[in-house]
Design a protein around this ligand. Structure first.
Ligand code: AMP
Length: 218
């Protein structure tokens, strides 16, 4: 199964994607993480991507499509995958559909996580990541046991540069302008589109997500 998660920055796509993938042995393709890994490794691609990421703008489509293609090629067609942060605009969405079609696959489910801007801004301002294992924390929703320290490996948590308030506002604008129209695009396609409120607790949202994609085993 191929599931696309759509939602504004801060709505919890990353957290929910990890929980789903870990519980059911799914793969995640997270374009933001892939770009950050390129940047941190100091590659040309990472340097180029950083020019856009730092401003909260979208990285150009060719680069994104190339990295997604490479990731997909490394998986068997039977692998269940959750896509987080991709596709991000109409052009990526149509290229993605064609890409899957050529190997006899399709997007099976689309999940839209929704929350108001004030909730998103509050969440993002409290968001922290672990530089070592990539774990995500949030002051209000999923706080670490010891403030500022990763529960898994004890590393000092940090705030992503593009989570600073000025950049966040631009990321929200870019989401509303470029990505939100994908909801209507997918609603007119064959894949079911599920709308889930992203405001409640991590557990409540995860249950709704599993129910939506037919994975709740209880
Ligand atoms: P994210 O972690 O998904 O919020 O992504 C962080 C940044 O990476 C975004 O603000 C964009 O600059 C870039 N990015 C991630 N995914 C994409 C994508 N599919 N298309 C274009 N840019 C992307």
């Amino acid at each position: 199964m191929h599931v696309v998660l759509i939602g504004p920055p801060g709505v919890g796509k990353g957290t929910q994607g990890v929980l789903l993938a870990d519980a059911f042995g799914w793969e995640r393709i997270v374009t933001g993480d892939l770009l950050r890994a390129e940047r941190d490794a100091g590659t040309d691609l990472g340097w180029e991507a950083q020019q856009y990421m730092a401003k909260g703008e979208l990285v150009h489509d060719e680069l994104i499509i190339a990295i997604v293609k490479e990731k997909l090629a490394a998986l068997t067609p039977q692998t269940n995958v959750v896509f987080d942060g991709f596709p991000r605009n109409r052009s990526q969405a149509s290229t993605f559909s064609m890409m899957l079609q050529t190997v006899g696959l399709a997007i099976d489910q689309v999940v839209v996580l929704e929350a108001d801007d004030d909730v998103l801004i509050k969440r993002i301002s409290g968001r922290r990541s672990c530089p070592t294992c990539g774990a995500l924390y949030n002051e209000s929703l999923a706080s670490p046991t010891r403030e500022g320290v990763c529960d898994t490996d004890g590393a000092a948590l940090f705030r992503r540069a593009d989570d600073e308030p000025g950049t966040v506002r631009n990321r929200l604008e870019v989401y509303r302008r470029e990505t939100e129209p994908l909801i209507a695009y997918y609603e007119s396609s064959r894949a079911p589109v599920h709308h889930i409120a992203g405001g409640p607790s991590v557990e409540v949202v995860q249950t709704a997500l599993r129910n939506a994609v037919g994975l709740n085993l209880s």
